[in-house]
Design a protein around this ligand. Sequence first.
Ligand code: UDP
Length: 418
Amino acid sequence: MSSLLERYGETAGPDAVEQLRQLAAPLRGCRIVHVNSTRTGGGVAEILNQLVPLLAELGLTVEWHVIEGTPAFFSCTKKFHNCLQGGGEPPTPHELHEYERVNGENAERMREVLREADLVVIHDPQPAPLLHFTPDRKGRWIWRCHIDASRPVRPVWHYLRRFLRDYDASIFSLADFARALPHPQYLIAPAIDPFSPKNCDLSDEFIANVLSDFGLDPERPLLLQVSRFDRFKDPVGVIQAYRMVKPFFPRSQLVLAGGSADDDPEGAAVLAEVRAAAESEKGSVQILELPPDAHRIINALQRAARIVIQKSTKEGFGLTVAEALWKGKPVIGGNTGGIRLQVVNYHTGFLVNTPEGAAMRLRYLLQNPDVMARMGEEGRRHVRENFLLSRLAREHLTLMNFLLHRDAERIDMTQWTS
Ligand code: UDP
């Protein structure tokens, strides 16, 4: 099989690959460490699974570490997640104590790595206090926020801010999400890997087999939402929208495909709510609980779908949107966060605010296959130009060069490549 870089050369062109090599050259020999809270499930793990091997292939020394937590720790960090996105109850004092204790323990376990690394990228709030517990660090530290923290529950933000202010930089996905922090902030939108099992081309036979395995009729229009079972993804709202579409398109079928992430303890409760909501739609609505490595199955479902829905009420970015657009599907997306970057209203899909709005757009698209096809084409082009991994790698490399060589008067790229 050809290398990742060779394959990138085929889609992005040799110049883009050469540019990545040039940006990587000054970073050779540096130790770069990424830390997050789960290896599977959710967008962060998805990105690191693609980005880390690509940077390694560029000759960088990159490590990916995952913190270990307890149920009280993950309950606390899920509450942070909810509160940063504007809702939900704050963690209890016991949970906050556990949050700090677990981070202290992880810092001890990863002591040598965290102390010696030249660059540490900490993803989201879960491992944020690692910096505080590494006073003898020698590298630069970046906090990478993947969530929409634009309107957080204030006391929770103030608590977390104490652990964030000493970072050297932070990265947000959108300008709207950036928060007042006493260090430079950078905007880098996430991206998908077009060659990963989640996004690579699949044979018609494989797609047909997946549909048949789940008892889905290939002749019936398939509407799909792929998401962890999380209230911010509004799976119940999707079912409500579908109920308004079904009388007009009785042969349509809805699939809600999702799994759980190791760091998301609320999934089971939300799944139960979704099952209850779907109860009256047996035969037309399927809830698929998939294992975290079901990438090709999700890929096949996205390819089989007529329309993909991502009706989130809050969304950091929504990789599922880019995945669907890449497969030429129009997306009906919640009018929020990173979905707005990807769903260009009337071009790559529709932005909606309510189940009624989603239902109206679903009906319109089902009635107008030519519009679906045009939007699908625009969507794929939009992702090719903006949301592929080669762009993400380029921006990461540029930022790393800046942070690691910022005391130099200039960074002469030719010095390393000649
Ligand atoms: N995903 C998956 N299995 C699931 C649900 C989601 O593999 O059961 C993937 C999905 O295809 C996407 C990522 O997990 O690549 C979710 O990222 P997104 O940014 O959409 O949402 P997050 O879960 O990070 O909030």
